[in-house]
Unconditional design. Structure first.
Length: 546
């Protein structure tokens, strides 16, 4: 599968040159590999080629070292390479009999090839090749390892053959300017080409793609091929998709909006029926939908007992009444303890289908993504596009990432937001329970200040989101979060700084963002417990922004 990958690094190869590594693409699990402290496993996503890759997670004093002993020929030169992604990743060889080698890369959001060369000693017949991460860093992924050079006699993976044509091509979502596609993985493939009306338009390594730059209300035909070092497969069967009418997506919400989470449980805050939610809130996020035993699927169960006998029929009627008053009511997925695994095409479909079913059952206007225990950008994006295809342009889509999730566009949450930008309503980042963080100027800011809010919002505003897709998320009271509460005055000053360039702290953005969407709070219940001080101060201020 990978024998030809290193040709570009070693110059002309002799007929005897092979990839001497076994199970180089981890298609047979960890066979032939040994990982320290049980740190390694194989996963089906992300992969660089084939259907599997290594995932290794450093923990404590273990750096997640995975190694294989490879048979080599004495007095010979080999090119060692591997594709890596995720946290800090190292690649190296020991026992060469000459100079041992290694190379590394810091964290990477996409696949990156590491490569180095080594020469074996006069009596060296085997070397140990390895990958490892770094202490305290995120898990790394590795795939398609190659020890390319003279045949050491130990055998290796067979040379690649042209893969089969992909099957299962489907349309997973549409917008006015894009079509999202998904298909089944092909054994031995390292990439896929996407064709629109017979012309190649993009190449990807995964089993999904979004084709952009399309005309609204137009039908297109798509096919996919599989590729590897041996060549390109025949084309898949074709599917036809029609883009939607022109529209900005994100539902119909006020230019400047206030979002509040409504608690479907009693944790000591004021217990509210939905009808009692304060009028300053434009978007009400019902917290929370729960995971089911079906991967990716969610459900919602009203806590009637905890809410003083609040019935499902009353709840549904209150949703309709809020909507009649011009409010949007959405269901929030996740929360601090919620874990919903959307990490393949099947679970993405389950997520979209189950959320759409909740929208139909209760009348929700959309969904909020508040997954604080990680998400897969590829498949969550696929799920949200599929949901949008079902719900249409009226879908309200919000997100509530933690501060760490939006520090860089390479983070999965940020990637997801950018992937679905054309259907995204607002990202209300949680500026609490986070400690100190980097601002867009590279300086460290402590939570609880105007600078913390403005300098971190700047990362999103300059990182690809529209100002209308950025909101400031804060606790409604000191009881609403473990840390990070600021007075409503600080929130309003930050809003002024970002939209008008006034009331800033030491950090002042290079430009203003008058279209900033607004603010969010956890929660309407804690706000009520504090006499509605937050919504009474921040609500009118948001609605009075330029």
């Amino acid at each position: 599968m990978v024998a030809a990958l290193a040709l570009g690094f070693a110059g002309p190869a002799s007929a005897a040159d092979v990839n001497n590594a076994k199970n180089a693409g981890f298609e047979s699990g960890l066979s032939g590999w040994t990982c320290s402290a049980s740190s390694g496993t194989t996963v089906s996503s992300p992969v660089h080629g084939g259907s599997a890759a290594l995932k290794a997670t450093p923990a404590g004093q273990d750096n997640a070292r995975c190694a294989q002993t490879v048979a080599v020929k004495p007095g010979s030169t080999y090119t060692l390479s591997a594709w890596v992604q995720g946290g800090y990743a190292y690649l190296g060889a020991t026992g060469t009999g000459t100079t041992d080698v290694s190379t590394w890369t810091p964290d990477s959001a996409s696949w990156k090839q590491l490569t180095t060369t080594f020469t074996t000693g006069a009596s060296t017949t085997s070397v140990t090749v390895y990958t490892h991460g770094w202490y305290g860093q995120a898990a790394y992924f590795a795939d398609d390892v190659s020890v390319f050079g003279p045949d050491g006699g130990g055998g290796g993976d067979p040379a690649p053959t042209v893969p089969a044509a992909p099957g299962g091509l489907t349309v997973s979502g549409t917008s006015s300017s894009s079509v999202s596609l998904a298909w089944n993985a092909v054994s031995g493939a390292t990439g896929y080409n996407v064709y629109r009306d017979g012309t190649k338009v993009t190449a990807v390594t995964g089993t999904s793609a979004t084709v952009t730059g399309l005309a609204a209300s137009t039908s297109y035909s798509f096919q996919v091929t599989a590729t590897n070092a041996a060549g390109e497969s025949g084309r898949s069967g074709s599917v036809t998709a029609r883009t939607t009418a022109t529209g900005s997506g994100g539902g119909s919400v006020p230019k400047h909006a206030v979002t509040g989470y409504w608690q479907n449980f009693n944790n000591g805050a004021t217990v509210q029926k939905l009808s009692a939610v304060q009028s300053q809130y434009d978007i009400i996020a019902v917290a929370f939908a729960d995971a089911t035993t079906t991967p990716g699927a969610v459900t919602f169960n009203l806590d009637s007992a905890g809410l003083g006998g609040y019935t499902v029929d009353q709840f549904k009627a209150d949703i309709r009444a809020k909507q009649a008053a011009g409010k949007k009511v959405i269901v929030s997925v996740g929360g601090q303890n919620g874990t919903v695994a959307v990490n393949d095409t099947a679970s993405a479909a389950n997520f979209a289908n189950s959320v759409y079913a909740l929208m139909q059952t209760y009348g929700f206007d959309g969904v909020d993504i508040d997954l604080e225990n990680g998400l897969n950008a590829t498949y969550m994006s696929q799920a949200l596009r599929s949901l949008a295809a079902k719900a249409g342009s009226s879908l309200v889509l919000t997100m509530a990432p933690q501060t760490i999730d939006m520090q860089s566009t390479s983070n999965a949450y940020f990637q997801t937001a950018l992937n679905v930008k054309d259907i995204l309503t607002v990202v209300n980042m949680q500026y609490y329970n986070s400690g100190s963080m980097l601002g867009c100027d590279g300086k460290v800011y402590s939570q609880g200040s105007v600078d913390f809010l403005t300098a971190l919002a700047c990362i999103q505003l300059e990182g690809g989101l529209s100002p209308s897709q950025v909101g400031l998320g804060l606790p409604a009271s000191t009881s609403g979060a473990g840390s990070g509460y600021v007075s409503p005055t600080v929130v309003n000053n930050a809003l002024d700084c970002l939209t008008r360039g006034t009331n800033c702290g030491s950090f002042k953005p290079a430009r203003t963002y008058p279209d900033l969407r607004g603010a969010m709070t956890w929660s309407t219940n804690w706000d009520a417990s504090a006499g509605n001080a937050w919504s009474n101060a921040v609500g009118p201020h948001v609605h009075g922004l330029p």
